[in-house]
Design a protein. Structure first.
Length: 230
C-alpha cells in the first residue's frame, strides 16, 4: 500500500513542488526547521484551515484525494491544543464531547491521564490539553482499524511533544508508535517538531519560505523517521 503526498508550489510558503512517498513500512513524515519556516502553516494548508486555491493531494493506491475536501481522511492535533477543546466547559464535559464526536464508545478513554475532571478545560496545562486530544485521536483510530473502506487516514500532529515533561514525552511517543503498529496499514503520520525529536534517515528535498519582513529564506527539512529527545 503506497501513499503519495504532493505539495504544489505555494508562494511564499513553498517555493518548489514536493512529493513524498510513504508505505506501510515507512508511515512517518517528519518536518523540522526553525521558528517561522512554515511548518505549522503547511499543516493548516493541508487540512484546509487557510483560504486559497492551494490543494495538497493524496494519492493512495492510484486514487486521488483532496484532504481539505474530505475531512474524514485527516486527524489534526493543533499546535495550540486549546483550539481543539471547549475552554469554558469542564474537563469531564470535554471528555464526554470527544467521546461522542469521535464515536469512541469509551467514556473513560482518558482515565490514565488523571485529569481534574471538575475543573474548566482552560485550567489544564498545555501538556495536559495536548495529551487529552492526542489520546482521543489515537483511540478513534483503534475504533476504525477494521474499516476497510479503502481510504487512508493521515494524522497531522503539530508539535505533539511540546510542553510535556520527559515522562509524558515517552508516554506520547509510545502512544503514537503503538498506534502505528497496531491500527493497520492505512494510517500515515505527518509530525511537525523542531526541538523534541531528531529526524533520522536521509532527509528528502527541503522546502523554503521567504520571510517577507527580513527578506530571509528559511528552510525546513523533511525526513521519514525520528528519535525522541528527552
Amino acid at each position: 500500500m503506497i501513499l503519495k503526498i504532493h505539495f504544489p508550489t505555494y508562494l511564499p510558503i513553498i517555493t518548489s513542488n514536493i512529493e513524498l512517498e510513504l508505505n506501510e513500512d515507512k508511515p512517518f513524515m517528519i518536518i523540522s526547521g526553525p521558528n517561522g519556516c512554515g511548518k505549522s502553516t503547511l499543516l493548516q494548508l493541508f487540512v484546509g484551515l487557510l483560504e486559497g486555491n492551494y490543494k495538497p493531494t493524496i494519492t493512495y493506491n492510484e486514487k486521488c484525494f483532496y484532504p481539505s475536501e474530505n475531512r474524514g481522511l485527516v486527524r489534526y492535533l493543533p499546535q495550540v491544543p486549546e483550539n481543539g477543546l471547549f475552554s469554558r466547559l469542564s474537563v469531564e464535559d470535554n471528555i464526554r464531547l470527544l467521546n461522542d464526536l469521535l464515536r469512541l464508545n469509551s467514556p473513560d478513554f482518558a482515565a490514565d491521564l488523571q485529569l481534574p475532571k471538575s475543573a474548566p478545560a482552560w485550567c489544564l496545562s498545555v501538556g495536559q490539553q495536548k495529551l487529552l486530544l492526542l489520546k482521543a485521536i489515537m483511540c478513534s483510530l483503534h475504533i476504525q482499524k477494521n474499516d476497510y473502506s479503502g481510504e487512508p487516514i493521515v494524522l497531522l500532529l503539530d508539535e505533539p511533544f511540546a510542553g510535556l515533561d520527559p515522562t509524558k514525552k515517552q508516554y506520547a511517543c509510545k502512544l503514537i508508535m503503538d498506534t502505528s503498529i497496531n491500527v493497520g496499514k492505512r494510517c500515515f503520520f505527518i509530525i511537525v517538531d523542531h526541538t523534541n525529536i531528531k529526524p533520522i534517515c536521509l532527509p528528502l528535498p527541503c522546502a523554503y519560505r521567504k520571510n517577507i519582513r527580513d527578506g530571509v529564506d528559511f528552510e525546513f527539512t523533511i525526513a521519514t523517521s525520528f528519535e525522541l529527545i528527552t
